[in-house]
Design a protein around this ligand. Structure first.
Ligand code: AMP
Ligand code: MG
Length: 346
């Protein structure tokens, strides 16, 4: 049985960015831009400066190279090779070893809320084939035996997975690749650029006139932006089950972010979590993990580390902001009835 598969287009976020950043168009130089589809999403990179056009072409090429290396479906990718190793040790590039090390470290740090070995569960729900189904609990329980990042052994450039285990970098790959592209742009002398990676934003420097980038924060309940964020040199990454979901035969909505403890799509009080971090990889890992953890545990996690900022929107329409982002966020007038709470360190 086929269910309707929904993947909301990411144009809304991109459009807002363009619209917002063009606000003072007379005073700003013209941006060079590339638009392309990679890693299962639309990407728009904009940059300023004389060399921008040629550097952006390099950036696109780099993104496509990384997609090729880390895709779960591309038969020549390193991840595909690992996933089809039948329990044998596999030698991988140091670049892949590094992203896997980051993925496992974050899995440990988030107590398994983020788990890069979730792929067999995603497949059972049909998120990998777009033919969605609701698996039986017994099926999920049996698949969960093959889920658990602790069972993967990574030693330098060698990885060994138990038979039946499969990796998926869907929750961190775009942010991680965004960091690599950011470094490339900076190395080529670009000081003002925005990478829109499927609605997740990585800002390089500030706008050419020195002011901060103005980013719209997507409404997880429908059209429009809930508010506006001012950022420079930061990554802004959002996770939510509204981004990709299907409606089951039982009329319930099932989203693409899975709780690795149960094998079921996350169903807590959160509609979306946005992380503002220095690095895209951290923003990407944490937005997924905090969404899985739920509001209370996400608050506790933030209080422990405090090296990122967070905007959590609940299904009841309340917004929770960590204290460090308060001055950079403005609620849109259309959403001024939403209750705002500030999460403080103590
Ligand atoms: P994101 O949009 O960054 O939150 O990533 C969601 C994607 O990560 C999903 O489409 C899956 O491919 C994968 N995924 C889902 N749940 C998890 C999880 N708990 N840990 C790691 N990856 C996950
Ligand atoms: Mg993520």
């Amino acid at each position: 049985m086929k269910y309707k598969f929904v993947m909301l287009p990411v144009f809304i976020a991109s459009f807002c960015l363009t619209a917002c950043s063009n606000e003072n168009s007379e005073t700003l130089q013209e941006a060079s831009r590339v638009n392309f589809f990679a890693m299962d999403t639309y990407m728009t990179f904009s940059a300023y400066g004389n060399e921008a056009e040629q550097v952006l072409a390099q950036a696109q090429e780099e993104m496509e190279r990384l997609e090729h290396e880390w895709s779960v479906t591309d038969e020549s990718s390193e991840i595909y090779r690992i996933n089809h190793s039948e329990g044998e040790a596999v030698t991988i590039s140091s670049e892949t070893a590094q992203i896997l090390k980051f993925a496992f470290d974050m899995a440990e740090k988030t107590d398994g809320a983020l788990d890069p070995t979730i792929y067999p569960i995603l497949t059972a729900w049909g998120f990998t084939t777009e033919e969605n189904r609701i698996p039986e609990k017994e099926e999920l329980d049996s698949l969960l035996e093959n889920v658990g990042y602790e069972q993967a052994e990574l030693n330098r450039n060698q990885i060994q997975l138990p038979k039946g285990m499969e990796l998926d970098l869907g929750a961190i790959g775009k942010g991680y690749a965004g960091d690599i592209v950011t470094k490339l742009l900076e190395k080529e002398g670009i000081t003002s650029a925005l990478l829109d990676i499927g609605g997740n934003i990585q800002a390089i420097g500030s706008r050419p006139d020195g002011s901060e980038w103005r980013l719209g924060l997507r409404n997880p309940f429908g059209e429009g932006e809930i508010g506006m964020l001012l950022v420079s040199d930061q990554a802004v990454v959002t996770s939510g089950n509204y981004e990709r979901y299907f409606i089951g035969e039982d009329g319930k909505q099932y989203g693409h972010i899975i709780d690795p403890k149960t094998g079921y799509p996350v169903d807590n009080e959160l509609a979306s979590v946005t992380i503002i971090a220095q690095e895209g990889k951290v923003g990407d890992a944490l937005s997924t993990a905090m969404f899985v953890m739920g509001l209370k545990n996400a608050e506790t996690y933030w209080k422990t580390y405090q090296d990122f900022e967070m905007i959590a929107i609940t299904n009841d329409g309340e917004i929770y902001l960590t204290q460090g982002i308060e001055d950079q966020f403005t609620l849109s007038s259309t959403f001024s009835n939403m209750e705002l709470h500030i999460i403080t360190a103590n």
